[in-house]
Ligand binder design. Structure first.
Ligand SMILES: Nc1ncnc2c1ncn2[C@@H]1O[C@H](COP(=O)(O)OP(=O)(O)OP(=O)(O)O)[C@@H](O)[C@H]1O
Ligand SMILES: [Mg+2]
Length: 234
């Protein structure tokens, strides 16, 4: 059997200055091509866990491997490189660069990662075409591509953030509650698009939300309270 894409064992993380661990997780793994819905109430440690899996944070204890590499053993610079090469991140607040155009926002990972750039060029004759294909799949018309990200609606920003996460086919896409600002029908449409694009790119998807309604359609659903012995910091 192929090794999991992400795996952790006996992991503990405590925020500085906090008396109890935020996370104390005996085991959790995500396989290649798997789509996982991770849910838990506000403050249960979902974003903290995603930041550990993406190599932004480092646990105080335990094993944490992504694509077979032990992330805590890497330097901060090597973890940054790993993330830009292999992980597509969609944040709670999208984190687009407001003054950059839609196209330039989508292409940011290709500026920082030659691996993402090469993979983006496998199915397109240039980077603009690669970004354009994704934007078109995500229903963002060409009339928007040159517009600064600051001048987009929330739903449009969300789709730009998804295109930026997907460009250059990272193996892992991590989405941290990216739908909370949208109405129900737009949430469903966005999730359908994201799942379809991850399937097409053969990326694993770890999708986080406190909204159980969105769990529909995910073969695997994980509750923070079932994997986290700590129950989150107060
Ligand atoms: N930078 C930080 N410094 C100290 N404590 C933090 C920090 N970020 C988060 N925490 C604490 O860690 C716990 C988990 O927070 P986290 O943001 O991971 O929760 P969450 O499940 O993502 O919540 P939400 O659904 O509201 O986004 C909370 O108790 C929070 O107060
Ligand atoms: Mg969060």
């Amino acid at each position: 059997m192929a090794p999991p894409l992400l795996s952790l064992a006996d992991l503990a993380f405590t925020w500085p200055g906090q008396p109890v661990p935020c996370l104390d997780i005996p085991a959790f793994a995500v396989g290649a091509d798997e789509q996982v819905f991770l849910h838990g109430e506000s403050g249960s440690g979902k974003s903290t866990l995603l930041n550990l899996l993406a190599g932004v944070l480092v646990p105080q204890r335990g094993r944490l491997e992504a694509l077979g590499q032990p992330l805590p053993g890497l330097s901060a610079a090597a973890r940054d490189r790993f993330r830009v090469d292999h992980v597509g991140l969609i944040f709670q607040q999208f984190n687009l660069i407001p003054y950059l155009s839609v196209l330039d926002n989508v292409l940011l990972p290709c500026r920082f990662s030659s691996r993402r750039r090469q993979r983006a060029l496998e199915n397109a004759h240039d980077l603009r075409a690669a970004a354009g294909q994704l934007l078109a799949h995500l229903d963002l018309g060409e009339d928007l591509w040159k517009r600064p990200a600051a001048q987009l609606s929330v739903g449009q920003q969300q789709r730009v953030a998804a295109a930026r996460a997907l460009i250059g086919r990272p193996e892992i896409v991590i989405a941290d509650e990216p739908t909370s600002a949208l109405d129900a029908s737009r949430q469903d449409a966005f999730l359908d698009l994201l799942r379809r694009e991850c399937t097409a790119a053969r990326a694993a998807l770890l999708f986080v939300s406190h909204d159980q309604r969105l769990a529909e359609g995910f073969a695997r659903r994980v509750a923070m309270q079932d994997i986290n012995r700590s129950g989150g910091a107060a």
